[in-house]
Design a protein around this ligand. Structure first.
Ligand SMILES: Cc1cc2nc3c(=O)[nH]c(=O)nc-3n(C[C@H](O)[C@H](O)[C@H](O)COP(=O)(O)OP(=O)(O)OC[C@H]3O[C@@H](n4cnc5c(N)ncnc54)[C@H](O)[C@@H]3O)c2cc1C
Length: 490
């Protein structure tokens, strides 16, 4: 009798893991994680991602040891790794969760599927979230999502037989020939840490969630901070959803109901956005609305892009947000949207290069959210209202005292509050007094925001108004639009 192989991908947990539960019911199991050099070499990948994965794998291994097994780790290209394992022990069944990922993982899955067919190994893929494969129509999608999230949680693995196979060690970045992670203050991986986050959010941190999610000062604590745990599957959205519903049933006092409902919507958005990439994988590279093709490509300015990447645009909230990402791998939604908007409108950069850069720097990089969100914030979907963020206003509204800006842009530490949003307005004597000379210690603003935004808006609107463009918008909406949200502009 051969083994049932459970292939861990972005589902690094032992609880609510249906592939593991089903495989363990059928025979001896191998719980396998494969380091794939082609994925580690991708520009979207960062060593900080690998550190998080390794911490999560260590916990999976420890959990499996408690029930008499252990994690099997291999390194190599797929399906070659499966081929070798098949020669060693005979694979009777392959089990995994469905994945909506990059084109490279999509191509790899197609290779695996071919190999399974040729080798006579049945591969069972089980949905992990609310994303529907081969979806025909968005009607009824939200109802289906709620049903899936309310479905039973997989029972914990209490006993299983394990096939005895040699394993590699869990290897850090340097052992894969990658640089050490440069991030200094990042979240750590693992299933138990994900649960700690969820519990503290539902117990206390989340009470003022809708009020405090927009400021980078308060969002650090008041948002759930579960994104990386969700992205690597240390906890399932179904588990989170059911905990939220249970908390709602307990009739929590004060602001809690509104907070929990707003949070639950975000969980649905995760899958709503991921469904877009699942339905149309080309949007990893191409405009969702093809009417915008050619609009920004020619104008790509490498110097502007470098300034944006390095957090030296001269706009304190843009620079502080970017530098926060370099240090911690996380920033709140509004600041992500502002970074994307600044690249797309102020700097007139095509979204593709900035999106890959931020993918690398977001510890929680999730292709299915990332690319559709980037396109939405860059105005290339044709179905969302144009939203150009004013970086000056973001300081005034969300960090008026400069707690966040001063922390991540120490050159601005002594700049008086009245000049913090627009330090270039500081008179020369004030600049000298506070040790922040514009153009020397801190950059001049790279663009005139009001002017750049006006020009960008006019260019985008010109495309949107074309007759054929409106038809394409209707097609995009039919395919991807939320049936709950606003209709596209005619
Ligand atoms: C340009 C851009 C790129 C983004 N890229 C990513 C990404 O790669 N990975 C990622 O997880 N999120 C991404 N987001 C969405 C959002 O900013 C993050 O999910 C959120 O800030 C993570 O923090 P949290 O877990 O504390 O979120 P919470 O506010 O606590 O939300 C809970 C969960 O809901 C989901 N969620 C929250 N907001 C959104 C949203 N606007 N759209 C879709 N799902 C959402 C996430 O899974 C999140 O973990 C992006 C947003 C923008 C504007």
């Amino acid at each position: 009798m051969g083994a049932q192989v459970v292939w861990l991908k972005r589902d690094l947990r032992l609880r609510d893991h249906w592939p593991l539960t089903e495989a363990a019911r059928r025979g001896p199991v191998v719980v396998l994680y494969v380091y794939e050099p082609e994925l580690l070499a991708r520009p979207e990948h960062d060593s900080s991602h690998l550190v998080f994965v390794n911490e999560s794998l260590a916990e999976v291994d420890a959990g499996l040891r408690e029930v008499g097994g252990g994690l099997t780790v291999r390194i190599g290209r797929l399906p070659d790794v499966f081929g070798r394992l098949h020669d060693e022990i005979g694979i009777d069944g392959l089990w995994s969760h469905e994945e909506t990922g990059l084109h490279v993982t999509f191509d790899r899955d197609k290779r695996v599927k071919r190999w399974c067919r040729q080798s006579g190994v049945p591969w069972t893929e089980i949905p992990q979230h609310g994303v529907v494969r081969r979806l025909r129509d968005r009607e009824g999608w939200a109802k289906n999502w709620t049903e899936r999230m309310s479905a039973p949680i997989a029972p914990p693995l209490e006993a299983a037989r394990f096939a005895d196979v040699p394993t590699e060690r869990i290897r850090g970045p340097e052992e894969h020939g990658l640089p050490a992670s440069k991030k200094t203050d990042v979240q750590r991986g693992g299933e138990s840490r994900a649960w700690d986050l969820l519990k503290s959010f539902l117990r206390s941190r989340g009470e003022r969630y809708p009020r405090e999610m927009s400021s980078p000062v308060t969002a650090v604590d008041s948002c759930s901070r579960l994104s990386t745990s969700i992205a690597y599957g240390c906890i399932s959205i179904r588990q989170i959803f059911q905990q939220v519903r249970s908390r709602l049933r307990s009739r929590p006092p004060g602001e809690w109901r509104a907070s929990l409902e707003a949070f639950e919507s975000r969980l649905r958005w995760h899958c709503h956005f991921t469904q877009k990439l699942e339905d149309e994988p080309r949007i990893e590279f191409e405009n969702m609305h093809r009417g915008f093709d050619g609009l920004r490509e020619e104008a790509f300015d490498a110097d502007r892009f470098a300034a944006w990447c390095e957090g030296r645009t001269g706009f304190p909230m843009v620079d502080a947000s970017m530098r926060a990402l370099h240090a911690t791998g996380w920033i709140n939604f509004r600041m992500r949207a502002m970074l994307a908007s600044f690249a797309a409108y102020d700097l007139w950069l095509h979204w593709r290069e900035p999106s890959v850069f931020l993918a690398q720097h977001f510890l929680d990089f999730e292709p299915g959210i990332h690319f559709p969100q980037f396109q939405m914030q860059s105005g290339t979907t044709g179905i969302n209202a144009l939203r150009i963020y004013n970086p000056t206003k973001q300081v005034l509204d969300h960090d008026p005292e400069g707690t966040f800006v001063r922390r991540f842009c120490p050159e601005l530490a002594k700049v008086p509050e009245e000049f913090l949003a627009e330090p270039w307005r500081m008179p020369g004597d004030v600049q000298r007094k506070v040790g922040c000379r514009i153009g020397v210690d801190y950059p001049e603003p790279i663009v005139d925001h009001a002017k750049a935004a006006r020009i960008a808006e006019a260019k985008v609107e010109r495309v949107r108004r074309r007759t054929e463009s409106r038809q394409t918008s209707r097609d995009v909406f039919r395919r991807h639009g939320s049936r709950r949200g606003p209709r596209p502009r005619r």
